[in-house]
Write a protein that binds this ligand. Structure first.
Ligand code: MEV
Length: 314
């Protein structure tokens, strides 16, 4: 039997901008996707139910192809605590854990950079070529990660695709931030949102400005996070939400949740692709923020950052 597990993530700053080569910072969350594979049968089960073709099959197909078909009979059990289409990196965690479990099933020892590269390939195929390695690399690395188009201290690995070069760095956290996640109840269609932003940036130079501004906020945010300056980081998150809103990726529901969370937070913003999905709040008062989000009608998660990235064995 081969197994692997990988965490979900939230992007603190830089979503969308990172697809255009700007920096982003993301942290792994203590919500994991676990996979077990054995060769005795041929079924794929997700959280005890047969796999949903549209949600999971493209990832499974890509992962099987990238780990060297042909495969014999495979029994794949996926257990995931990362809610789907929520902006929390469920598809990245699935891709990373699946690649690593398949490599274990082949008798190989998964190497983090290699799994990060292959999981990124899975995401690219599923998102029709438009993705950055942020979600997949953060899931593999765990902890806090800075993605940038230039190399800096703490380099984990670098990945290249379509003329773009991303350098993934470890951000050391003296004190992990307290985060509250509020799901809007709306599905986050990542591929569609990334395509929509591309179209807007192509047509309107003001949207390109917004992308650059999001990148600058992420660059400042990396310094604030490393210095445990959560007040400063929260202000940058508020400004990033305004840019993301202007870029057309927020929704009235996400704005409402951000507003509800801000009263007791250093800052709050949508996280991930938007168009639905989740907001995150950075706070010293996670229980108060969770209560405010509950009053606004959602079921919040008080999440902590996990240093545990990809784990695998046989
Ligand atoms: C999705 O979690 C983050 C985006 O920046 C897309 C990507 O980086 O692939 C919107």
């Amino acid at each position: 039997m081969a197994w692997a597990s990988a965490p979900g993530k939230v992007i603190l700053l830089g979503e969308h901008a990172v697809v255009f080569g700007e920096p982003a910072i993301a942290v792994a969350l203590d919500l994991r996707t676990k996979i077990r594979i054995d060769g005795r049968g041929t079924s794929i089960m997700v959280n005890g139910e047969p796999l949903q073709e549209k949600l999971h099959l493209p990832h499974v197909h890509q992962a099987l192809a990238l780990t060297g078909e042909p495969w014999g009979p495979l029994d794949i059990r996926i257990e995931s605590a990362v809610p789907r289409a929520s902006g929390l990196g469920s598809s990245a965690a699935l891709s990373a854990a699946l690649i690593a479990a398949l490599q274990e099933a082949r008798g190989l020892k998964p190497q983090p950079r290699d799994v990060a590269r292959l999981a990124f390939e899975v995401e690219l195929a599923v998102q029709e070529g438009r993705a950055s390695p942020t979600d997949t690399s953060t899931s593999v690395a765990g902890g806090a990660v800075l993605v940038d188009s230039v190399k800096g201290p703490g380099l984990l690995w670098d990945l290249e695709r379509g003329g773009k070069h991303w350098f993934l760095h470890r951000l050391n956290l003296a004190k992990p931030p307290a985060l509250v996640v509020g799901h809007s109840g709306e599905r986050a269609p990542t591929g569609q949102m990334v395509a929509m932003v591309h179209e807007r940036v192509r047509r309107d130079p003001r949207d390109l400005q917004r992308i650059r501004s999001l990148g600058a906020l992420a660059r400042e945010g990396a310094k604030a996070l490393s210095a445990s300056d959560f007040r400063g980081l929260g202000q940058l998150m508020d400004r990033a939400h305004a840019d993301l809103r202007a870029l057309g990726v927020s929704t009235p529901r996400l704005d409402e949740l951000v507003h509800a969370a801000r009263k007791r937070s250093f800052g709050a913003k949508l996280t991930g692709a938007g168009g639905g999905g989740s907001i995150i709040a950075l706070t010293e008062h996670p229980n108060d923020v969770a209560a405010a989000l509950r009053t606004a009608g959602c079921d919040p998660i008080v999440a902590s950052v996990t240093p545990r990235g990809l784990e695998a064995g046989a």
